[in-house]
Design a protein around this ligand. Structure first.
Ligand SMILES: [Zn+2]
Length: 168
């Protein structure tokens, strides 16, 4: 879903986001790194100068795996959006706000159009924790301990070259 930024009214434009649309689920799946179950929310597109501010709230969930114990789990993400998009290809002096390269909440739009799928992907990707872990931490601990025990018992006893040294 694309919008021509110049056609968005100054008062802003609200957009309902719903998992009924396949492209919404696809965007959420890519951002969350697993098959999305739901993605709902509302976005407000508000132009200022040549730039576009996108605010709103998205909540999404996806099937994925715990990064620690590997158990399948449902990842829930809430994204409180406040993103700014500036036209691509303009130098800093042409844009009306100064954009720092380190500003994660600033993006670019191409050919005068904002692609909503990209907005959803970027906002959800920013809300994904760097380490996804199952919610039942004591069960996660025991599964992780079991995995570690297995890994240790399967570990080779050492390089054969070193076994000779044991005789010294
Ligand atoms: Zn876990």
């Amino acid at each position: 879903m694309k919008f021509v930024v110049a056609n968005i009214p100054d008062a802003g434009r609200a957009l309902q986001i719903s998992s009924n649309a396949d492209w919404v689920l696809l965007a959420a799946s890519e951002a969350l790194g697993g098959e999305a179950i739901s993605c709902e929310g509302e976005l407000v597109l508000q132009p200022f100068g040549k730039n576009l501010r996108v605010t709103g709230l998205l909540s999404a969930s996806a099937n994925c795996f715990c990064h620690r114990c590997g158990e399948s789990m449902v990842l829930n993400c809430e994204s409180d959006l406040n993103l700014t998009y500036a036209p691509a290809g303009l130098s800093n002096s042409d844009t009306e706000v100064s954009l720092a390269a380190s500003d994660l909440s600033t993006g670019w739009y191409d050919d005068g159009c904002i692609e909503i799928k990209t907005v959803i992907m970027e906002s959800l990707a920013l809300s994904v924790p760097s380490r996804v872990q199952c919610s039942d931490s004591s069960a996660c601990d025991s599964r992780t301990a079991a995995l570690l025990a297995t890994a240790q018992s399967e570990e080779p006893a050492g390089h054969p070259a070193f076994s000779a040294l044991k005789n010294f």
